[in-house]
Ligand binder design. Structure first.
Ligand SMILES: Nc1ncnc2c1ncn2[C@@H]1O[C@H](COP(=O)(O)OP(=O)(O)OP(=O)(O)O)[C@@H](O)[C@H]1O
Ligand SMILES: [Mg+2]
Length: 338
């Protein structure tokens, strides 16, 4: 068996911030990412979903060493990543950001934006560089002439295509897309999502696809990890998650999506805001908002466990949920298209 493309083992990222404590100003630890483990295979999309502030961007940034991990291991093609091997990783794994307007240098023409990574990594120059940039622009649905434009001369969707071309330039095997379509109009979102899917097939790319929008994540992902307050609380295939959501938090997120297939599913209202990751509640971190919480949930934190084959859940009542939903394993959901 070959190693997964990316393996994250028990990754932790804590921020120490100054804040008002009980006795005047003190230091507080924000547990942005608090023990996260997962794998992504070559050519696979893992969706990462959760409410604002649950740690998605911090996790994405820590994987690329844009933030130094507090603890944990990151392996790329089975090799542990260390701070020294970051340069190599930065080529093999690229990031596509939320707001292409803010993430593209405004005074640089498209040809510089897309060509720079090729020069920096010593992959092309001169005519070969110009040819490669033109090919990349065509690849993402732009025209070779767009190379001579500035970001402000392009639409939001075109700018995001430039962001994608820049990421693709160095032929990565993994792209981390952090809210890549969140700032775009719905019709443009669909075009960019389809472009990403198309590029995945052509280049056998793997994606870590980060979004607060479970509808978008479902459309894009082979598997989904649901994050709550720095931790993964459920992870399985997209079809299985849709058919048998075993964590009450996932069920609440799912029932918030308008769906023609949603008939008969009991709607679970998600009330209030997530707690402060600098001061999380004891026990299960979701218990203050959970519709089925019992006293054990206030005291004991549930571990992420494989309740049915290929389906990981952190909930004391996952077994009850799986019986209620008739979940017998991922096979039962094999014919479902998300
Ligand atoms: N540099 C930092 N210093 C201190 N706290 C931080 C820092 N970066 C993030 N945080 C905190 O870590 C937590 C997770 O933030 P993060 O941006 O990763 O969440 P997110 O899931 O990406 O949210 P969103 O959906 O809004 O993008 C938040 O409480 C945030 O305030
Ligand atoms: Mg974010």
């Amino acid at each position: 068996m070959t190693a997964p493309l990316l393996e994250v083992r028990d990754l932790v990222k804590h921020f120490t911030v100054r804040g008002a404590g009980l006795i005047g100003l003190g230091r507080r630890v924000v547990r942005a990412v608090d023990g996260v483990s997962f794998t992504i295979d070559e050519g696979e999309t893992l969706g990462l979903v959760g409410e604002s502030g649950c740690g998605k961007s911090t996790l994405a940034r820590t994987i690329l060493f844009l933030e130094e991990p507090t603890r944990g291991e990151i392996l790329f093609q089975g090799q542990p990543l260390t701070a020294e091997r970051v340069r190599e990783l930065r080529r093999r794994a690229q990031m596509v950001f939320q707001d292409p307007y803010l993430s593209l240098p405004p005074r640089m023409k498209v040809r510089g934006i897309v060509g720079d990574p090729l020069q920096i990594h010593g992959l092309a120059r001169g005519q070969a560089l110009a040819d490669r940039v033109a090919r990349l622009l065509i690849d993402v649905g732009l025209k070779p002439d767009d190379a001579y434009k500035y970001p402000h001369e392009l639409s939001g969707g075109q700018r995001q295509r430039v962001g994608i071309a820049r990421a693709l330039a160095v032929q990565p095997s993994l792209i981390i897309a952090d809210e890549a379509v969140s700032s775009l109009d719905v019709s443009v979102q669909a075009q960019i999502l389809n472009l990403l899917k198309d590029l995945q097939e052509r280049h056998r790319l793997a994606y870590l696809f980060v979004s607060h929008d479970l509808g978008v994540v479902k459309y894009m992902s082979h598997r989904i990890a649901v994050m709550y307050l720095g931790q993964i609380v459920e992870m399985t295939t997209t079809a299985e998650l849709h058919r048998h959501p075993l964590n009450p938090y996932t069920r609440a997120l799912l029932s918030a999506i308008p769906s023609i297939h949603g008939k008969g599913r009991r709607r679970v209202q998600l009330q209030g805001e997530p707690p402060d990751p600098g001061n999380p509640p004891p026990g299960c971190k979701f218990h203050p908002r959970c519709p089925i919480a019992q006293s054990i949930c206030e005291k004991e934190e549930p571990a992420l466990k494989e309740w049915v084959p290929g389906h990981l859940v952190a909930c004391h009542f996952a077994l009850e949920a799986s019986e209620e939903l008739g979940a017998v394993g991922p096979e039962s959901a094999a014919q479902v298209t998300p």
